[in-house]
Design a protein around this ligand. Sequence first.
Ligand code: UDP
Length: 238
Amino acid sequence: AEPAVKYKRVLLKISGEALMGDQGYGLHPPTVARIAREVQAVHALGVEICMVIGGGNIFRGLAGSAQGMERTTADYMGMLATVMNALGMQAQLEALGLHTRVISAIPMDQVCEPYIRRRAVRHLEKQRICIFAAGTGNPYFTTDTAATLRANEMNCEAIFKGTKVDGVYDKDPKKFADAKRYDTVSYDECLQKNLGVMDASAIALARDNNLPIIVFSLDEPGGFRGILAGQGTYTKVV
Ligand code: UDP
């Protein structure tokens, strides 16, 4: 029997770097396929799934502007990078027989759907996985903020932030053996101590709308499904 799941609709946020595997850059299709299987396992529980994928494996606005590009132009390049990642993820999800839509904040009708809120909600109701691309469509934002925005708009019960570690620690667990993981931590503590869960605007937007952020390890096989089924370790930011 399937475990009882208390979530009906969630948003999974992953960084672009999660898609690059052991490469230093870009997309590694077998890694994308592995994450797609994690998503498939949650979809099989009947959970409606939104996804936001970063673009840092291809291009980051800040890096471009540090090298002399205009920040806004560099940010648009970053947003376009997220569209490539979204298409790469869509391909792997569809290879598993799942129904998906890539929905871009910047219209590019030949490539994917434009973002129309009510249409996206309808896709979710029909069990289609919605991959929100191009961030918020605005420079000076990040895909963490985009994830929080879309999770609010889609009435998701929580954001699941898949990372390389199984939660939020008081210091870097890869550097300090005595680092302690929080079971729960407040938005304000994350902001005050700069715990690196998400950027400050994303955390504030989640806080102001009571949207929990669940930080978990995407490297743990079956980890995403486990957490939705009430198992495994994670940190809940509330
Ligand atoms: N970006 C943006 N507006 C948004 C979302 C993203 O300008 O609403 C740009 C920004 O330049 C950012 C890049 O897209 O550096 C890639 O996104 P992000 O850094 O959030 O990706 P991640 O670190 O999650 O891979």
